[in-house]
Design a protein around this ligand. Structure first.
Ligand code: ADP
Ligand code: MG
Length: 320
């Protein structure tokens, strides 16, 4: 079991991870879901002892990663975002080397462990190939095989399907699903559908903060139950938004299109009430006739975008 408590990481004035707490139970596949720059890799690098936290703590099976790094790290196999694969080694040479790094002391034991990891990750027959000649999908398998060496109970995979073609993605997802039968797995991804299909539990992270967590079904149910209303009205942007924002229970106004005197926007009803009547009345009273209005429930995709978009934007501005 992993406990992450009040984890914060600051780089100078930038806060990459902001007071994140969660618990990982044994035997599940967890997905850390968030857009680029959300803080996924930073969180994983701290959980695996590659980075130190500014504040907060991580306990792996009761071992504090900062105070008892050897005991804590022995529980974890990690596939970082950029796995350190040695291009000029064969698959077998590399995995034997990693097994040695992970203190599998006897040569015979290292062979057994490498063979087992190759079987598990579909690398049988590829052992003598140079890593540089492998496809990206097979390189990911080598990275996952390396993570399995040393018999850790927890496997942490940072964006394991990034850069793969669709067929390779499906294969790696199937492999992760299979690993979930024997290991606790934590993977990160910026792809909602991936996390939904592969993971038992989802942690949504945006702008360094944990913004939602639960099973995919819980998240879809709890959050997607919120109603979304799409409206096109006549008038200026200011007048339309002012009228709409006066309606009680309506939030997250978002302009989706604007052209010659017409404004289209979406808004979310957080109360579960149908607010179409109140909204069209408010717009009419403000002198903004409604041209069209539709109500629907939000998909998990909508919710994800909404939870993450406000936090993603400043990041891009800062870096530009
Ligand atoms: P993700 O993996 O979700 O894309 P990261 O954890 O890599 O996000 O990054 C989170 C934030 O921390 C980003 O704003 C990123 O620019 C910043 N960051 C990451 N590493 C460093 C670093 N070494 N120095 C300064 N800022 C960093
Ligand atoms: Mg990352």
């Amino acid at each position: 079991m992993i406990e992450v408590k009040h984890l914060t990481k600051r780089y100078g004035r930038r806060t990459a991870v902001d007071d994140v707490s969660f618990t990982v139970e044994d035997g599940c596949i967890y997905g850390l879901l968030g857009p680029n720059g959300a803080g996924k890799s930073t969180t994983m690098n701290i959980m695996t002892g590659f980075l130190s936290a500014t504040e907060g703590e991580v306990r792996i099976d009761g071992h504090d990663i900062a105070e008892e790094p050897l005991e804590a790290k022995a529980c974890i196999g990690y596939l970082p975002e950029q796995p350190p694969l040695y291009q000029d080694m064969t698959v077998e040479e590399y995995l034997l080397f990693v097994a040695e790094l992970k203190r599998v002391r006897k040569k015979g034991d290292r062979r057994v462990a490498v063979n087992k990891a190759c079987r598990r990750t579909g690398l049988v027959g590829m052992e003598k190939r140079l890593i540089r000649n492998l496809s990206k999908g097979y390189r990911q398998r080598v990275g996952i095989a390396a993570a399995l060496l040393g018999a850790p109970r927890i496997i942490i995979l940072d964006e394991p399907t990034v850069g793969l073609d669709p067929a390779q993605m499906i294969e790696i997802r199937a492999l992760i699903h299979d690993l979930g039968r024997t290991h606790t797995v934590i993977l990160s991804s910026h792809i909602l559908s991936e996390v939904q299909t592969v993971c038992d539990r989802v942690l949504i992270i945006a702008g360094g903060k944990l913004v939602a967590q639960g099973t995919p079904e819980e998240l879809a149910g709890k959050l997607a139950a919120r109603g979304i209303i799409s409206v096109t009205a006549q008038g200026t942007r200011e007048a339309v938004l002012a009228a709409a924002s006066g309606v009680e229970g309506l939030s997250d106004l978002r302009v989706t299109a604007e052209k010659s005197g017409e404004v289209s926007f979406t808004a979310v009803s957080t109360t579960g009430k149908d607010l179409r009547g109140a909204l069209s009345l408010a717009l009419a009273q403000a002198g903004c006739p409604v041209l069209s209005m539709n109500a629907g429930s939000m998909s998990l995709e909508d919710v994800f975008l909404q939870l993450t978009e406000h936090t993603g934007a400043p990041e891009q501005k800062e870096e530009a």
